[in-house]
Design a protein around this ligand. Sequence first.
Ligand SMILES: Cc1cc2nc3c(=O)[nH]c(=O)nc-3n(C[C@H](O)[C@H](O)[C@H](O)COP(=O)(O)OP(=O)(O)OC[C@H]3O[C@@H](n4cnc5c(N)ncnc54)[C@H](O)[C@@H]3O)c2cc1C
Ligand code: SF4
Length: 735
Amino acid sequence: MSISLTFKETMSGYFTLGVTDPAEGAKAGKQNNTQLAMHAKVSLDDLDRFLSDPNHLGSLTGTVDFPPFGTGIAANSGVFNLFKPTNDPDMTYMVYELAFQHQGQDYYLAGHKNVKDDPGFDLWSDTTTLYTCLHQGKDKHGPIVGAGILTLGVKQLADLISTIKVPGATSLAEKAHAIEKFGAFFAGKLWDSYVIPKFGKQLLDKSHDETLHYDVIVIGSGFGGAITGCRLAEKGLKVCILERGRRWEVKDYPRDPKNAWWWSNEKPAELNGWIDLRTYPNMSVAQCSGVGGGSLIYANIFVEAEPFVFDMGWPKEITYESLKPYYEKTGKMLNVQEVPDNQWPAKMKLMQEAAEKSGYSNRFRKMPLAVNFDPDFSYDRADPFGNQHTKYHINAFGQEQGTCVHCGNCDIGCPVKARNTLDLNYIPLAEQHGAVVRPLHLVQRITPLQSGTGYRVDFNVIDIDRKKLAPGFLNAKKVIVAAGTMGTNELLLRCRDQYGTLPNLSSVLGTGWSSNGDFLTPAVFNNRDISPTQGPTITSAIDFLDGSFKGQRFWVQDGGLPNLIKDAVTGLSTDHQYGHFFSILQNLVKNNNPLSCVMPWFGQAVDASDGVLTLSRSRIPPFRHKMQLNWNIKNSEGAVQALIDMHKELSKATGGAAEVPLTWTVLKNLITPHPLGGCRIGTSSIDGVVDHKGEVFGHPGLYIADGSIIPKAIGLNPSRTIAALAERIAELIKP
Ligand SMILES: Cc1cc2nc3c(=O)[nH]c(=O)nc-3n(C[C@H](O)[C@H](O)[C@H](O)COP(=O)(O)OP(=O)(O)OC[C@H]3O[C@@H](n4cnc5c(N)ncnc54)[C@H](O)[C@@H]3O)c2cc1C
Ligand code: SF4
């Protein structure tokens, strides 16, 4: 059912009969002290249509006060439209028109507000100044008999807000949602900078229900969310985990181009798939969406950070030694193991050979992987990668899992559940202790309860089949935000700067963002079979984190490509900022130089961690807020280049040719699966967003437990450090 919305608005100002230009009419009206007031009731019969279709008009009725004619003159018809497109692409009109009669004569009062997207854009005056003409007759084709300028003052705006009604809303939450939607559209920045700080709480409070539904609400179910949710449920707390993505089953993993690959926070009803790929100037960020978060997509590397990481930039309570017990706990939970010596894929052998031939044998490391291996697996079998070779068993959490068949599809979901993803350990354990997991719940806002007893969490529930969203909310004593680095920063920036519900969040929110220096360099090895589509996606590393190469800290890993990549590569669009990289892959496939000859050297580096996330309004209607990343490669270029130089050196030592993508050599564009920071852990709100226990400065009972609290790059895969911090945060929360 469509939702309608009504409000009352009074605009008044100087007005004169006998002139045709509003500015002239206002001037003369001021001299003669003649004013006109329009008391309008605006009705929008279908809010969503009104906001999306410029031709769908609202209706206007009301009264007019104009002393030369009288006061309280009834006006029974009229139109209201926001943002009517004009011939000037940078300008839109807001239209107010009202028909009335005086002494048997029809009059038509027609006003428009200019909303201009110029650098000196002043929304307050743009949205509150109505250039108005009085026409004789039933519409604005009649001759102009008077003109002036009407304005909406601060007091009238306050009155307007208090008159908003949402007749079609079936719940208080739906009503609040509709008001918020309309308000942002109606007033753009004005809504954020004036209405929300002044009236936000009052508006939201209209739908306040202070019932505490849970002890703890956890937002997100990746490493931070699944672990804190599980441990707090084990302590006997009533826990609810809200996850925006699906609860994926093996049968639903995306495989075909028609499947649910993409996630979009802007269009969650339509795009609610596996990968959330966000593109910013010079940087793209990939994250997964689903119950289990990044563990669903990750390459299984579950490795501890090196002790030097904690030497600077962390509160004194957090050191490598203090985290060690938690690192161990997480390693046990995810049952980490190395690829058994009898089943190294070719790329792992190349890694070892490259290290040896370049004089770096002592830096070669087998990686701890969250994967179950079968000691009897063999590459020498016919069809070694078939699912029939897996050995199924029930794990310690009652879940069925198989053993690895080296199919290479780790990043797109393991067909035999050999990977120890969080939906197979921490999450079922949480559920066994009473935690409730709600997939397809995209959290929008966190608001402190008026009673001071906790927080309200507003979300949209995604109905995949009907492609619809339904608003809802839940309250809890404590809230743990674990929506991943991008998700958490976005949510908290919105709560501070868009909704004004968490005004005490530190001013350093969004700063100190890091890409963790990730880079992938494909290298071609003629006459050598590397087969990067075989075996777990990453198996080993060559460690330069001691800073001995060009003074930069980094480590190199073997990358892997999903088995189905060959087919997908052919269909990839090169009309994209990563087009050059895609076209290298396409040429390899086309020229019968198959991917089996490609080594995707991968790795991470300690970058400058100086990116800044902010929330800004689009300058054109409907003025949506979007999170922006301000990233400059300048201070990180040395670290990334050192990693690439090592990729080249290792390729050369083993007879390969590194093909550094133009996206780097020319554009210095990066893509990262390891975003970190923005809500860094600190000692006070001056240098951090949370304290060492993960609690948000200025908002007691609100916690953050995910990659966003990591204060700087760690130069290797981060999930185990995030997991260890989450274990620690959960342990320190008192029931
Ligand atoms: C292709 C790929 C490979 C990777 N390989 C590795 C690897 O081998 N080793 C490693 O250590 N790391 C790896 N990573 C990185 C790793 O996945 C992340 O560092 C890790 O998952 C971050 O954990 P987190 O708890 O911060 O967030 P996430 O694990 O990303 O969890 C956040 C969760 O919150 C949900 N969410 C977001 N916004 C909302 C909202 N508004 N409402 C409700 N829910 C929300 C998300 O859907 C997600 O499930 C890889 C990442 C990618 C993309
Ligand atoms: S290679 Fe990865 S996806 Fe394939 S079976 Fe092994 S763990 Fe699973």
